[in-house]
Design a protein around this ligand. Sequence first.
Ligand code: T1G
Length: 692
Amino acid sequence: MVAITEAVSLDKHGEIGMLWIDNPPVNALGHSVRKGLAEGIEQAEKDDQIRAVVVICKGRTFCAGADIREFGKPPKAPHLPDVLNRFDQCQKPIIAAIHGTAFGGGLETALSSHFRVAVASARFGLPEVKLGLLPGAGGTQRLPRLIGPEKALAMITSGNPIGADKALEDGLIHEIIDGDLAEGAVGFANQVLSENRPMVRVRDMTEKIAQPDSQIFDDFRKQLARRARGFEAPQACVDAVEAAVAKPFEDGLAYERQRFEQLMNGSQSAAQRYYFFAERQVARIPDVPKDTATMDIKKVGVIGAGTMGGGITMNFVNAGIAVTLVEAKQELLDRGLGVIRKNYDISASKGKIAAEDVDKRMDLITGTTRMEDLADADLVIEAVYENMNLKKEIFSKLDKICKDGAILATNTSYLDVNEIAAQTSRPESVLGLHFFSPANVMRLLEIVRAEKTTIPVLATAMEIAKKIKKIAVVVGVCYGFAGNRMFAQRKRECEKLILEGALPAQVDRVIYDFGFPMGPFALADLIGIDLGWDKDNSNSRTMQEVLCEQGRFGQKNGKGYYNYEQGSRAPTPAPEIDALIVEFSRKKGYIRREISDEEILQRCIYPIINEGAKILEEKIAVRPSDLDVIWVNGYGWPVYRGGPMFYADLVGLDKILGGLKKFQAEHGEDFKPAPLLEQLVSEGKTFGSLNA
Ligand code: T1G
């Protein structure tokens, strides 16, 4: 074994050169790998004893892409496209031997090899679009030549991987290797030599791009305009694949490079690369060592078989963990179990799970009306409605019923977890697990760390969150924790804006055009205007009360801020409500005025940022990027804008501060800037500087 660079070495197996890459954790194509590959191919080509070369990786995976950490820094030669051009010129067959995830530049490296073999568990993908990029080392030019433009478009614009079976079926790989990959790859290479198989470069394959159906490009553009509204990269991917069909290879490569650099230098990719690391950073809690001993959660109890309890139950069942579901009344329990089964039946009908899995998963749920049946649970999650007295009563009972060491969690969205913990003799084992509705769909989970929650209990919660595929963000105790506390700022401003002169349609358009999936008033209709409405004391004091008193609860009964055709979720204008708002604001003494889109946007977004700064000052959240992860996953913040704190840095904290001060003078203390924001501006720093 000869070391080429510290990440690449060349070994010989008979007449086969083995080019080993060893760059943990994911063999990213950093400078040392690129340099080693280029020089390794050079050496193998000059070595008369070597007749073919296998490119293979140590560790958990084949190259998982370019090294994202290098982006934004001055690129160091050799650049990946140049390395892969060297592959193209090699006069000896190159075989890529793949395991794990051949993603991005890793798959592009395999595409520049003459042959590709893989173990059955390997996956293949070009996820650059998820980083706001497009494959920048020939992927948009080679993949269509290998599997056809349509399949290439699907892979490149979605960024989703395919498995080895589909890769074999599509012609992406030549063979699936059983047993040891290195041995299998050497056997395959010897076979190539003994059969004198032609060395066909993917770039020379023209059959699958000869007569393309040009309609597919516009079809993809249309569906992406809906599915990926506001994102630049997916459209650029379509353009680059279209260039593969329309231009000679070298010209297509040049076009791809030009579009890649355009995206790389844009704010969307900067935001999406930032988010990639932010989503991994949330798992790092300064005072929680990575190797903290955790509890094994084998049995979970869920109290409450309503929407939240049912969704929470499904998360654990989907991960193969048994759940005891407690509901006070049998008919409510039966209804809850029925909803869960119906959800699984729908998933099975869509092919998301196998039909036989429905019963298997339902068998993991034990329904009961007795809390005593939670005695042997390792973790119990209370998911009853937001009433502190009821929650206290439940935790007091749980404390007597549950075994020593069991973790007791509340799914409360706002309430004081310390107060709930104080109802038990085991506050060290109490925390919040704040799921977002629908709990079986939304990836975000706020883990609410109470004052007395111990580190092993917290670490166990973080571990189980990963097992149920949640993105868990640790937050502290305050009203609304982090996400909802920031959301309340926008909600307040929206309600004021429609009294001051705007109307729901204008506010919703501004927020929708910013990139949210829907505007605040359409969202209110979706969630339910009557959520939290105090029916008995309602007295037309707010628009919520006025609407609820008129029986306008939102989508659930076909009318809210908007009207909804029977069975449709699409909002249609409700002129009667606009008139009602104008009338209501007059009664409240408002003199309505024209409000600009810019003012609406700033008054909806800046207070979110300001509240985030306060949350950081109070150490309710560990770092600004954690708040961005919360907003991207819990509230639909467009990932191509990074999150509220990333966006604030992009706009400029001085501009945010200036805007808040202006609004404070005009609209009062709700806009009083957070001291942390003032401090960062005075020091010329950004929120990003706090993301250690
Ligand atoms: N570059 C640098 N670091 C990376 C990385 C990458 N490409 N991928 C992962 N890591 C780090 C990650 O930050 C974490 O570090 C550790 O590896 C484990 O990752 C030219 C331009 C491969 C499926 O987008 O999808 O190629 O936190 O926690 O869940 O056209 O990582 O331990 O310090 O995610 O097992 C395209 C991104 C790049 C792949 C493994 N490739 N990575 O998942 O572990 S652009 C990607 C992933 C490109 C070319 C273009 C996943 C994974 P730390 P992890 P995992």
